[in-house]
Design a protein around this ligand. Sequence first.
Ligand code: DUC
Ligand code: ZN
Ligand code: ZN
Ligand code: ZN
Length: 488
Amino acid sequence: MYDLVIKNGTIVTAADTYSAEIGIKDGKIATIGTGLEASDTIDATGKLVLPGGIEAHCHIAQESATGGMTADDYRSGSISAAFGGNSCFVPFAAQHRNMGVIETLDLYDSRAQGASVIDYGYHLIVADPTEKVLAEELPEAFRRGVTSFKVFMTYDLMKIDDRQFLDILSIAKENGALTMVHAENSGMIAWMSERLVEAGHTQPRYHAVSHPALAESEAINRAISLAKLVDAPLLIVHVSTPEGAALVSDARMAGAKIFGETCAQYLFLTRDDLDRPGMEGAKFMCSPPLRDSATQEALWRHLQAGTFSVFSSDHAPYRFDESGKLAKGPDATFKQIANGMPGIALRLPLLFSEGVAKGRITLQQFAALSASNAAKLYGLSSKGSIAIGMDADIAIWDPKESRTVKVEDQHDNMDYTPFEGWTVTGWPVTVLTRGARVIDGGALVAEPGHGQYVARDKIDLTGYPGHRAAELDPATNFGARIMPETRS
Ligand code: DUC
Ligand code: ZN
Ligand code: ZN
Ligand code: ZN
């Protein structure tokens, strides 16, 4: 006897589409079969039964280096994510300068515990890689199940230099963690911004001008070179240009352990949105910035061809008021406006509508991009698929339901959505985290605190030959042992 059976639905995984019933017991998928009996049933007639989404890039209860706080906390952020078909998310825990890493994780634990309606973990942002952080705290973070570290190549108060980057890549590699990078050339952006502002070009549209495509491709190329030197895995987050995507794709073809992520806004919006009247364009400011429609097409090709393992929202919620985008007043320059836009509830509906319903990607690709790939890459080994023994993290989709996007249906703490008025086809109607309904028939039914912290495992790099720099190989460098072997 199961606790819950999902009947009459079409199961979709990254591998298959088929009809069967799912029997859930103690929060796990206990069986997949027919004629199952349970005390509780979900009738999924006409619906698709998918792995619950895993949102792997979002900013929740995170303060920036200059002190601004995101509008969403773990309660509102997780609720919005759940309405968008997610059963789990992995926001960032941001170390700032003069802060320890363990202190940072404790702080985020205090923000998330008892607040989230879906399961969660954190990627650790490393902004101050002191000796102690490198030698003691990163391995300790890894033991706590924080198995991915993010670094910045830009932003004065966050960026690390190439040498620090190599230190972090090597420690991550030694522990089995994945390094993630925000790759943009800081000098190019500073140089462009200074000249634009001096010439009085301060409106939001110049944000895109100040972040040239070359700033992204230069930094991605450098980041990949650093990762190759030490043969460490690296994921380039929010790739926004075809040039950047091609660098990721070439490195993957060469066997390097390089992964790529792109985000909804780069497929669905263009920099024309930054040119809206008054300060409206500020709603569309994110970094890297929105590009053009040719870029959108190229990024779709890369998504179809498998360059991007992860597709995320980069939900970075700053309200269109004095608490967020307009903190520096209505005449702020683009340099003074917080970077980021909301979208955690729309990542999957937009991908389904524009991707699956329009025939650009298969249901299998949708399942892979919603959950399965992120689960594998980020060590969420009990999540991301529908299989016996896995957590019963499930999203039930009505592929026919059409909706018009409205800010009040996002269930976040935001006062706008960049997608207001869009029509989307395909909607997640029921979401389970560990077998319990979080969203049921389109309504929130879970309590804050239902979501639990998930300690993650090391990254699985099977199938990546890697790249061994001759100068680091004792066989060809006169026997010098520069790096420890990877722990297994
Ligand atoms: N980087 C992110 O990952 N998100 C928002 C803004 C930024 O610079
Ligand atoms: Zn970033
Ligand atoms: Zn982000
Ligand atoms: Zn509502």
